[in-house]
Design a protein around this ligand. Structure first.
Ligand code: URA
Ligand code: SF4
Length: 184
């Protein structure tokens, strides 16, 4: 049972619980305010994140940053993490055994941060956090309350790079997050 940030950092940095440990350069635990009310959860590190050890620093992250700036969301108000802490080869989705091996670290992060709102970025985050029965197309933009936490799923920022039309949804979903944040 992980109860402190120190313990979590130590365990993740040397973790070999799944095969993603074999090709990683750095583990990518998370970044941001550890007391934030709002937590963002992505899928897993890409090449840039693997190199730097920090989530969402590559192309998708830069696009997400632009949206956050545009909406007036301060990065200090957020904590950002991923389902898996090591890069899946070629940026494939994490496999079930990998996500299952890693999910306790994310649970520990949620327990330590105690966010009021969790934004699930894309299908991998949605399914691993709320359950396989959820689909991103039908669930995105809707609030789901579980154990005192308000969850909302939206498109993964990488999907916005492939499909411009999704940017409007992403923007609107983040506006909902700001609104909800003010109500809490
Ligand atoms: N995509 C993710 O899901 N997470 C990152 O940290 C970077 C890209
Ligand atoms: Fe450990 Fe998670 Fe990395 Fe797998 S992805 S080696 S479970 S930290």
């Amino acid at each position: 049972m992980i109860e402190t940030w120190e313990q979590l950092e130590a365990e993740v940095s040397k973790c070999k619980k799944c095969k993603l440990s074999e090709n990683r350069t750095n583990t990518v635990l998370g970044v941001g305010n550890r007391q934030a009310d709002i937590m963002f959860i992505g899928e897993g590190p890409g090449a840039d994140e693997d190199r730097e050890g920090v989530p969402f620093v590559g192309k998708a992250g830069k696009l997400m940053n632009q949206a956050l700036i545009g909406l007036g969301i301060n990065r200090d108000e957020l904590y950002i993490a991923n389902v898996v802490k090591c890069r899946p080869p070629g940026n494939r989705n994490p496999e079930t055994d990998e996500a299952n091996a890693c999910i306790d670290y994310l649970r520990a992060q949620v327990m330590l941060v105690k966010p009021k709102i969790i934004v699930l970025l894309g299908s991998v985050a949605l399914k691993n956090i709320l359950g396989e029965e959820y689909g991103i197309t039908t669930s995105r933009g809707k609030w789901i309350e579980k154990k005192g936490i308000m969850y909302i799923a939206t498109w993964h920022p990488a999907a916005l790079l492939r499909d411009e039309a999704k940017k409007i949804d992403f923007w609107n979903d983040l506006k909902e997050v700001i609104k909800k944040g003010k109500d809490l």
